[in-house]
Write a protein that binds this ligand. Structure first.
Ligand code: ARG
Length: 460
């Protein structure tokens, strides 16, 4: 078998080495990026007369053929094709003859693979960003539809204060908007061309890294050839951003699992976004929400795995770095599936407003409003907290309803008792960014403006 280094070696590689070493099974999905990088490289070589016009043309047309062959599935991979770079170059050489043998002039697979992975990551970030934007838009639509309906807000998963459902949904929405910002920010550091760094030190040939960077649509080129071929920070950063996004989706998932339980009964999932049981006929399971929760673990694993691979690597390229692609591809595939399914689930879930409001209407959820009623009349908050806490304790001990005790209390009375009426407490969350109707209307306007600002068509 002929390898790229056959001149130096008397014998061929062992089968065991080949199996360990081959990255073709997973890196062939970067074939478009690899071909794009080769086109730019060839035009760059032409621009400094390392290739004449005929050679440039024949390699470019061979690259077109290779792209066509791979995308239509007729490309025949050879046992010696250890990775996508080797496969493309071998086929170009077969098609373009002597000119093809000049394709790799001044280039190493080290700068080539870094270029491919960066190009692949740029389009992955764009695709994921538009899916995140879509999910945020679905949350916005459901928030608008929820109008004035409310549910209990929780801390420690104990009922705390009522909040508008719109407020709750938008809380998840703002986390997604931060994910969008993080994706855009990470993208800036992905958007740097490593092509022209060679194996590690640049070249004696008059290559022009700025030319190829521009040709490929990168915003700029590397500053240091050693860094260019050994840097996988951009993969780690992307995996982190996807992990945090995954963590956000898992939190939505967890709430929907809980809300779908008979004990809560806050939502009814659409049949298309739930599953049944193979044994128990009555079951309807929230698998989408559970997988949104479960997939986060895998995303975190990909991130920590890559960081462990990168740790302690000496400069510059080491084969360990071949381990960058599978976690990256897996995380992008995982988050894509999760975003799409979660979007469908959120889009179609029925919110059982009556059940939510019945829970939120517990008079105890308005205890803070009683304490603040006393504060507004001059009582120090610590004292009012104790007064109301005492009434709650008495009510829970069975001495009467909280409302009756409030009504009869000399410092509270009927005006304070009115604060306990169903639907009243949420109205009183009036501060900016708060959970009541006026504040949420204002928040919604800001959220909608942020959605317009971050719309995919406005980017890039
Ligand atoms: N398949 C390799 C990778 O993914 C390409 C670079 C190989 N470089 C080398 N010096 N052997 O990292």
């Amino acid at each position: 078998m002929s390898t790229l280094w056959h001149g130096r070696f008397a014998g061929g590689p062992s089968e065991a080495l080949q199996h360990l070493n081959d990255s073709l099974p997973f890196d062939q999905r970067m074939f478009r990026e690899d071909i794009a990088g080769s086109r730019a490289h060839v035009r760059g070589l032409g621009s400094v007369d390392l290739l004449n016009d005929d050679e440039v043309q024949s390699i470019l047309s061979a690259l077109d053929t290779v792209e066509e062959e791979i995308s239509s599935g007729v490309f025949e991979f050879a046992p010696s094709d250890e990775d996508i770079h080797t496969a493309v170059e071998r086929r170009v050489t077969e098609l373009a003859g002597p000119a093809g043998a000049k394709l790799h002039t001044g280039r190493s697979r080290n700068d080539q693979v870094a270029t491919d992975v960066r190009l692949w990551t740029l389009s992955a970030i764009d695709e994921i960003s538009s899916l995140v934007h879509r999910l945020a838009s679905t949350l916005e639509r459901r928030a608008v539809e929820a109008e004035g309906r409310y549910l209990p807000g929780y801390t420690h998963l104990q009922q705390a204060q009522p909040v508008l459902l719109a407020h709750h949904l938008l809380a998840h929405g703002w986390a997604l908007l931060r994910d969008l910002e993080r994706l855009a920010d990470a993208r800036r550091r992905v958007d740097v061309s490593p092509l022209g760094a060679g194996a590690l030190a640049g070249s004696s040939l008059p290559l022009n890294p700025d030319f190829v960077a521009e040709d490929l649509g990168f915003s700029g080129r590397f500053e240091n050839s050693l860094d260019a071929v050994s840097d996988r920070d951009f993969v780690a950063e992307t995996l982190f951003v996807l992990s945090l996004l995954g963590v956000h989706l898992s939190r939505v998932g967890e709430e929907f699992v809980v809300w779908a339980s008979a004990e809560f009964g806050f939502i009814t999932l659409d049949d298309a976004f739930s599953t049944g049981s193979s044994m128990l006929p009555q079951k309807k399971n929230p698998d989408v929400a559970e997988l949104a929760r479960g997939k986060a673990g895998r995303l975190l694993g990909n991130l920590t795995g890559l960081l462990a691979t990168m740790k302690n690597l000496p400069l510059a390229y080491n084969k360990d770095l071949q381990e960058d692609k599978e976690p990256l591809f897996d995380s992008v595939d995982t988050i894509r599936l999760t975003l799409l399914a979660l979007d469908g689930m959120l889009d179609t879930t029925t919110f059982n407003h009556d059940a939510m409001e019945a829970s939120a209407d517990s008079p105890y959820a308005a205890a803070i409003d009683l304490a603040e009623f006393l504060v507004a009349r001059g009582m120090p908050f610590r004292d009012s907290h104790a007064v109301v806490g005492g009434l709650v304790r008495d009510a829970l001990a069975g001495e009467g309803s909280l409302e009756a005790m409030v009504r009869a209390h000399p410092e509270l009375g009927p005006e304070a008792a009115a604060l306990l009426q169903p639907g009243v407490p949420v109205q009183n969350r009036t501060t900016p960014g708060g959970a009541g109707p006026t504040a949420v209307a204002e928040q919604l306007t800001r959220f909608q403006a942020a959605l317009v600002r971050t719309a995919p068509e406005k980017q890039g």
